[in-house]
Design a protein around this ligand. Structure first.
Ligand SMILES: [Zn+2]
Length: 297
């Protein structure tokens, strides 16, 4: 906590910001005509062909935030292969974010292999996008190694001050719908090739924090953050302590993966983890607030 007279500190403590750094919302049309979208996109099909895989709108996200006591949420799109689907999804995210009074923080989605992607990125940035994501390069059909798509994403992140949220796949362990998305070696190459880009590696980066023990990776990971999305599906709660040891609490961002995981449950899981107060504040909201330069509560 910054210095200053006690009362100010006390107020700031009690208004600690809670931000969910990883949620997904879709335009209502996607939920209403789900079968059509399932036919159109193989990546969407992989995750959403199961009827129990929920699709939520902005209104449902806002209601969930009210119930869970969450101040703001990063709302991601989906890594569609079809550039037109990315465009309509991003338009929706920007619209609902601008009507939300700052409670929805838009991360637009992009198909960087499309010829108009550069124009799309500029338009999104002008209209208030704070990041891109959740991108799934393997499902969207591009690589992050020595590719024009990687160059374009890094250029846009730098030019427009955007964070890039990548899905990250554990190379081992149980299989689940949507596990594929980005092999961890590609993620490692991207952060090494573009160390100035603010990357949020979803789902604890598929194990990438371990490689922070390599000196060259430690410096490459200087601007990489790891989110906790869907922790309960993948890891035991000890992961918090282990990754704090590896890379520091200032690099961990709370994320639920709503609506896959209810926000209230994700926050409860986090609150059940023994953490010191500083680490808790950073993870629950201050890291992502500072990264995205969001206004203080
Ligand atoms: Zn993901």
């Amino acid at each position: 906590m910054a210095g200053g007279e006690g009362r100010v500190c006390d107020i700031r403590y009690h208004t600690a910001v809670i931000i969910d750094g990883h949620t997904h919302i879709f335009p209502p049309d996607v939920g209403e005509r789900r079968d059509e979208y399932l036919r159109r996109d193989a990546g969407f099909r992989e995750i959403y062909s199961r009827p129990e895989a929920r699709i939520a709108t902005a209104d449902e996200l806002l209601a969930s935030m009210d119930g869970a006591g969450i101040d703001a949420s990063v709302a991601c799109g989906f890594g569609w292969s079809d550039a037109e689907l990315c465009r309509s999804h991003s338009e929706y995210l920007l619209e609902v974010a601008s009507a939300s009074g700052g409670r929805i923080i838009p991360f637009c989605t992009i198909q960087p292999a499309d010829g108009d992607a550069r124009d799309d990125l500029k338009r999104y940035a002008v209209r208030g996008a704070r990041g891109l994501g959740e991108l799934r390069p393997a499902q969207q059909g591009y690589s992050l190694i020595d590719s024009p798509e990687a160059n374009l994403l890094a250029w846009a992140a730098d030019a427009y001050d955007l964070a890039v949220l990548f899905h990250a796949s554990e190379p081992v362990g149980h299989v689940y719908p949507g596990k594929t998305g980005l092999p961890v070696d590609q993620l490692g190459r991207f952060v090494s090739d573009f160390p100035g880009v603010a990357v949020i590696a979803a789902h604890w980066g598929g194990g990438l924090p371990f490689y922070a023990l390599m000196p060259e990776m430690r410096s490459a990971l200087d601007r990489t953050y790891f989110d906790t999305a869907a922790t309960g599906f993948i890891y035991s709660p000890e992961i918090y302590a282990r990754v704090i040891d590896l890379i520091g609490a200032d690099k961990i961002i709370f994320g639920s993966d709503f609506p896959l995981i209810p926000q209230e449950r994700a926050l409860k899981e986090l609150r059940d983890v023994p953490l010191d107060e500083t680490a808790r504040r950073l993870i629950e909201g201050e890291n992502v607030r500072d990264l995205l330069r969001l206004p203080a509560p």
